[in-house]
Design a protein around this ligand. Structure first.
Ligand code: FES
Length: 177
């Protein structure tokens, strides 16, 4: 719903990949400004998000200032500035969830994950954002975790959900070794 308008830093390897893949995508388009949104959609399909490097390539290709591209990306909710995490956390801030402390829930996720909404943890495990009503208001405050609505997500439940993820990760790592 609301998006963070600041791209997080990405690694040199990710930057190089973003440039390379964006150039590939651009080969399929004409250098016309009306192509901006279809280009952004195609690059995001390829990369999963739209890093600064991709936006700069697109701006140069279309002969427009990078800030024009950035404005379009931050205007539309369909575009992501930061890479997707393995797990998506969506805190509902619709009216019912807001009334039941949705912002307290959001604050708990932000603190526990040490990121803000619209961002992704540096290990790329979690991305955090907010959504409008997801249609299960009786369960407020709701957080949608990997597409599954979780009921009554107060700060202690945030801790419980994160603990479950940690256990699951530990089990997987043990099986691998
Ligand atoms: S307001 Fe959150 S589910 Fe409806």
């Amino acid at each position: 719903m609301t998006r963070n308008s600041h791209p997080q830093p990405i690694t040199a390897k990710e930057q190089a990949r973003a440039k390379r893949e964006t150039r590939q995508v651009l080969k399929g388009f004409g250098k016309k400004r009306p192509n901006l949104i279809p280009i952004l959609q195609a690059v995001q399909r390829r990369l999963g998000f739209l890093p600064r490097e991709a936006m700069t390539e697109i701006a140069a290709f279309l002969g427009i200032p990078p800030v024009d591209v950035y404005e379009v990306v931050t205007f539309y909710n369909q575009f992501r500035l930061n890479p997707p995490g393995k797990h998506s956390i969506r805190v509902c801030l619709g009216t019912a969830c807001h009334m039941k402390g949705g912002y307290i829930t959001l604050d708990a996720w932000e603190r526990r994950l040490s990121i803000h909404q619209g961002q992704t943890t540096p290990d790329r495990e979690f991305d955090l954002d907010t959504v409008a009503c997801v249609g299960c208001c009786t369960m407020a405050p709701v957080t949608v975790v990997d597409e599954k609505p979780e009921a009554k997500v107060e700060p202690t439940k945030v801790d419980g959900l994160l603990l479950a993820f940690q256990r699951e990760k530990k089990n997987k790592d043990t099986k691998k070794s």
